[in-house]
Design a binder for this molecule. Sequence first.
Ligand code: G3P
Ligand code: MG
Length: 253
Amino acid sequence: MNNDTFSPTPPKGGLIGHRGIAAHAPENTLASFQLAAQQGIEWVEFDVRLTKDNGLVIFHDDKLERTSNGKGWVHEHTTEELLTLDAGSWFNPHFKDARIPVFEEILPQFLQLNLFLNIELKMPPKASLDHKKRLASTLTDILIRLWPFHHAWPLISSFDWDILAYVRELLPQAPIGFLQEKCTKTMIEMVSNTYNAALHCEYQSLTEEMLVLIKNKQIPVLAYTVNQPGIAKKLLSAGLYGLFSDDPQYLLS
Ligand code: G3P
Ligand code: MG
C-alpha cells in the first residue's frame, strides 16, 4: 500500500487549486495563487517550463498567445523578455499588471502564503533528452538551494515519466506524481509499488473497478480537472486523494 509512503498531507476538503484559481484570476499568476490562499485553499498546482536562458517560469502553454500579449514559443524567449509581458489582460483588464512568474522569485511568496505546491513540469513537443535533463536539474537545483528544511517538499509531477526519473535521482526526498490522461488499472498498481509517488489522472478515465481498487488499497490517486460538485462528491467518497479544480470554493459551497 503506497499511502504509507506518500508524504504530502491531503489537501483540505480534498481540493487543489488548478493553476492557482483559474476560474477567478489569470491562471498561473501571483494573483491566482494569492486568491487561492485567501479562499483557504491549502494546495495549488501550477506548470513550469524552461526559458531560452535556462530560467524557470510558471506558464501552462508551449506558446505565449493564449494567456499573454507575447508571441511564439516560451522556450525561445529569455526570462527578461517574458517578464515584460502582460499575463493578465487576456483574462480581464483588471489584471493588466499580472506578469509571468519566475519560479525562483515567487518562491518566498508561496512560503509566506503557506501553500503546498504541486509543480508540474512542462516541455515543448518533442523536447530533447537534454532539455528534459536541464528542466529537472534547474528545478531541483532551485529547491535544494532555497527550499526551507521545515516545509514539506513540493509534489513534482509530469506527463513525461522520464523526467520524473531524473527528478527522483536528483531529489529523492520529493514526492512525485505520474500524470496520465487515460489511466489504467496497471498504472494504479505500478504507483502503489513506487515509493512516495501518486498517479494523477483525467477523472473521466477512472472506471468503477479502478475506484474500488483505489479505495480498498488506499492508493494515492489524484484527478483533474473537476469543476462539477456532483462529480467531486462521488470521487472524494470513492477515496481519491485530491481533485484539481479551477474553482474549489464553488465545489466546497
Ligand atoms: O496537473 C493536473 C493538470 O494540470 C494537468 O493538465 O493541462 O491542466 O496542465 P494541464
Ligand atoms: Mg498542470
